[in-house]
Design a protein around this ligand. Structure first.
Ligand SMILES: Cc1ncc(C[n+]2csc(CCOP(=O)(O)OP(=O)(O)O)c2C)c(N)n1
Length: 673
């Protein structure tokens, strides 16, 4: 292995050696602990340390890194206290994730590390978002994300690299090509000669280097970093390396030919670098032994601290109530008191002297938010000059510019990921799904990245996803779905669904002010069909509060979105029935207090929604009422929902599909019960 000293100082070269040795010695200890049953799992990076260490050494300490399961050297390179890392790996409550996450699945704002989720791929687009933030702030910084060779087959790899290229983002993508996925060799993973060849396809530069040579990695990343900042471009680096142990310790290495280990042992990154330093006269065997001893002693001392805290938290197991409260409490970030995000000053709107259409309300809420928050970025397909599929953002690009009103390539997953990256750097973002249906291809980032990040390691995701939803316009199975229930089932998200112009504006403003991820459903068929009071002021409708539309004593209709319109139409046409109509407005969290009041008003409840019946929110509401308001009920709770079929295209079939076609019949049945 050829090492080129260039003009690196003696101190730097020795410091790098220590940084390289540290994760190796930690790992050797971890393997021992594993054998003793003191930890449950371990993903080894032995043989690959030069990559993590060289990369981290080449970056500024305040540049975000998105590491994976083999990047211990990133965590140690950023000087995370080792006892806290041990606590994390042991899953104790004093650890970085309070015992909620395993191994390397966590991040730390203090160390500018955004750790992986289990899913391979999403971390790449988060780096895009961070780099976009640097670019918008005109900071001379890059972000950097890792992937394995296996991870390059994920669609997220393609999306992230493409967005980085199209948006000229200063981001470095590092592939650690260690020859295997979990067990799958690279010959069954891709067909191009080298993974770095893919760079050209995205219109970016790339280079392949020896990933076991710490000086190559360090010098390359240092140079590439300067290139990315100067040219405002991304870069792909493929590091050739080898994993000396199994994917995780229990999975073994049977699938790897034995001679490979002998071959790669010769290329061991630490042994070779040590030899080089000895040959250069910078170290001798005594010095090597002293460094090793010093590190080992440090490891033992830090481990002791972690083991003590493990004992202590085990002793606390009885306090279930406190734990439950803390667990629930950490799902969402709290707004800073007194800030706009807290909503304190802007909850109520002045009485509306004017009216506006539903679509005007959304547009106005978004517009006022852009004026209010200079750190708000809006992203979506065709939203800039074209103004979006529904023209919500028409004219915005002239006023706010292309940096803040961003057309995106066709890649929902990467844009949700980028939105999270923006949030890491203090930006707010609104992403427009062109149709709510297309959220399926951005699903992972919403469910697993946005929703869980605050619970996992205290980082908020300040992201709103606008979801033009619903049927009734003859648009067929893929432009008409109601999919709000998917998100209501995901702790960590808030889900809002207005049905009036007033609420559409106020809830959008509230969603943008909220520091947490909010799914904002807007029914397409309401855009131009309803008009209502629309205050001019900048105001919030509080998330989590239902609206009592009408108060009555015969029957309660608990509903939201289009259901509110249907219920009101029915009530208008049947003045002989005293209907109590509750518009939920927020589906997560539900306003149970208002639900209880409505049930108490009538004793007869129909839960109505446009979504299909099975697994819809109606089931949740009905179950809660049955469990908590049984004493008020005079009849079984009825659910009125759309048919359990995909949404048909033919307008008559669609009418038949929709809940509305059965509403009258079901109300009558309930009244007559
Ligand atoms: C989306 C997704 N699919 C499958 C897995 C299961 N899995 C975990 S690691 C791994 C292999 C990863 O290979 P590679 O990207 O080459 O990284 P390496 O583990 O070799 O460092 C697989 C299949 C996963 N974590 N995420």
């Amino acid at each position: 292995m050829q090492f080129h000293r260039n003009n690196l100082s003696e101190d730097t070269l020795i410091d790098l050696y220590k940084k390289l040795l540290f994760p190796r010695l930690i790992e050797e200890k971890m393997l021992l602990l594993l054998r003793q049953g003191k930890i449950s799992k371990w993903f080894s990076g032995i043989g690959q340390e030069a990559i993590s260490v060289g990369v981290t050494y080449a970056l500024r300490p305040d540049e975000w890194i998105m590491p994976l399961h083999r990047n211990l050297g990133v965590f140690t390179g950023r000087n995370m206290p080792l006892h806290e890392l041990f606590q994390q790996w042991q899953g104790v409550e004093d650890g970085y994730t309070k015992g909620r996450e395993r191994s390397f699945h966590f991040g730390s704002r203090e160390h500018f590390i955004c750790g992986m989720i289990s899913h391979l791929g999403p971390q790449l687009a988060i780096a895009d978002g961070v780099s976009l933030a640097y670019k918008l702030k005109k900071e001379q910084k890059i972000s950097l994300a890792f992937t394995g060779d296996g991870g390059t087959s994920e669609g997220d790899f393609h999306e992230a690299l493409n967005v980085a290229a199209v948006w000229d983002l200063p981001v470095i993508f590092i592939i650690e090509n260690n020859g295997y996925g979990l067990s799958t060799p690279v010959s069954e993973q891709y067909r191009c000669k080298n993974l770095v060849d893919k760079a050209a396809g995205y219109g970016m530069e790339g280079v392949q280097i020896d990933g076991n040579n710490v000086l190559s990695v360090y010098e390359t990343v240092k140079g590439v970093r300067e290139y990315c900042i100067k040219n405002q471009k991304p870069y792909l680096i493929e590091c050739i390396t080898f994993r000396m142990r199994g994917h995780e310790e229990a999975s073994g290495v049977k699938y790897v030919p034995k001679e490979m280990f002998a071959h790669w042992l010769e290329k061991d990154p630490i042994k070779n670098y040590e030899l080089f330093l000895i040959e250069e006269g910078l170290l001798d065997h005594l010095a090597v032994a002293a460094i090793r001893n010093e590190i080992k002693e440090h490891i033992e001392a830090e481990l002791k601290i972690a083991l003590t805290s493990a004992e202590r938290t085990r002793g606390n197991a009885a306090d279930r109530k406190r734990r439950t409260e803390r667990e629930r409490d950490d799902v969402f970030a709290k707004p800073e008191p007194g800030t706009i995000s807290s909503g304190e000053k802007i909850r109520s709107a002045a009485p509306a002297g004017r009216t506006g259409r539903f679509i005007d309300a959304i547009k106005e809420g978004l517009h006022q938010s852009l004026v209010q928050h200079h750190n708000l970025v809006v992203m979506g397909q065709d939203i800039a000059e074209y103004g979006g599929a529904f023209k919500i953002t028409e004219g915005f690009v002239d006023e706010f510019g292309k940096e803040r009103i961003r057309n995106t390539p066709l890649c929902e997953s990467a844009i949700v990921g980028a939105a999270l990256g923006l949030s890491l750097e203090g930006f707010k973002s609104v992403m427009e799904m062109q149709f709510a249906d297309f959220v399926t291809v951005g699903f992972n980032q919403i469910i697993n990245s946005l929703a869980k990040i605050h619970y996992r390691w205290g980082q908020n995701a300040d992201v709103v996803i606008r979801m033009p939803t619903g049927a009734g316009v003859g648009a067929g199975p893929f432009h008409s779905q109601s999919n709000e229930a998917w998100f209501v089932h995901t702790p960590g998200l808030k889900v809002v669904y207005p049905s009036t112009s007033h609420d559409a504006k106020g809830l959008l403003i509230a969603a943008i002010n909220d520091p947490n991820p909010v799914m904002y459903f807007e029914h397409k068929a309401l855009y131009r069909s309803i008009t209502g009071p629309l205050p001019e002021s900048y105001y919030e409708v509080e998330i989590g509060k239902a609206r009592q539309v009408r108060t009555g004593h015969d029957v309660s209709i608990i509903t939201y979105g289009m259901g509110v319109i249907w219920a009101m139409e029915y009530a208008d046409a049947h003045p002989e029935i005293s209907m109590d109509i509750l518009d939920l407005r927020t589906l997560l969290p539900l306003d149970y207090k208002s639900i209880r009041t409505s049930v108490n008003n009538t004793g007869k409840v129909l839960v109505l929604h446009e979504d299909t019946l099975t697994g819809g929110i109606g089931g949740e509401v009905a179950a809660w009422i049955a469990q908590n308001c049984f004493e008020f009920l005079d009849a079984p709770i009825i659910r009125c929902a759309s048919l359990d079929t995909p949404v048909p295209f033919n307008i008559e079939l669609e009418k038949n599909f929709l809940a509305k076609s059965r509403l009258g019949e079901m109300i009558q049945k309930l009244i007559n019960y």
